[in-house]
Design a protein around this ligand. Structure first.
Ligand code: ZN
Length: 161
């Protein structure tokens, strides 16, 4: 399938809690590959399944750093700490950026594409990206958390999630 179409707001699927994944098969692996291709095509740093029309707890994050592509299946936030306020965007809201407060640190438990559970700890921008994607899986959009909308010249190198 390759690159998929991005669901933009407003759309019901973006505001619904997603179903957990129960089957870790080739179809899931192919879907994750498609999500990656789609994220790269649209120049994002993260993508959640409902953003490509699938109501499942699947998301990816890739900041193009040494962490590589983080695949989050049925992710669960175990711990948060601190606070950060920074700019955020979303592929489902083209052209919209705003300041969003998030925890500075997050510890997440999730499954990989093979169904193996793992734990990831992240801070700063990676924590922000993980939390943004996990919100998507609960039908929570970053627009509900924006404290200040940012104009284009207030932005420098902000990634879409
Ligand atoms: Zn988003």
């Amino acid at each position: 399938m390759g690159v998929r179409k991005i669901v933009t707001y407003p759309a019901e699927i973006l505001e619904q809690p997603c179903e957990p994944v129960t089957v870790f098969d080739k179809k899931l692996a192919r879907f994750l590959d498609d999500m990656y291709e789609t994220m790269i095509e649209f120049d994002g740093v993260g993508l959640a399944a409902p953003q490509v029309g699938l109501n499942k707890q699947i998301a990816i994050v890739d900041l193009d750093d040494e962490e590589g592509t983080i695949e989050l299946i049925n992710p669960e936030i175990v711990k948060v700490a601190g606070e950060q306020i920074g700019p955020e965007g979303c592929l489902s809201f083209p052209g919209l950026f705003g300041e969003v407060a998030r925890p500075f640190f997050v510890k997440v438990k999730a499954f990989d594409r093979k169904g193996k559970q793992y734990t990831i700890e992240a801070d700063d921008f990676l924590a922000r990206a993980l939390l943004h994607e996990i919100d998507h899986l609960h039908g929570i959009l970053f627009t509900s958390k924006i404290t200040k909308v940012l104009s284009e010249d207030e932005l420098e190198g902000v990634g879409d999630e």
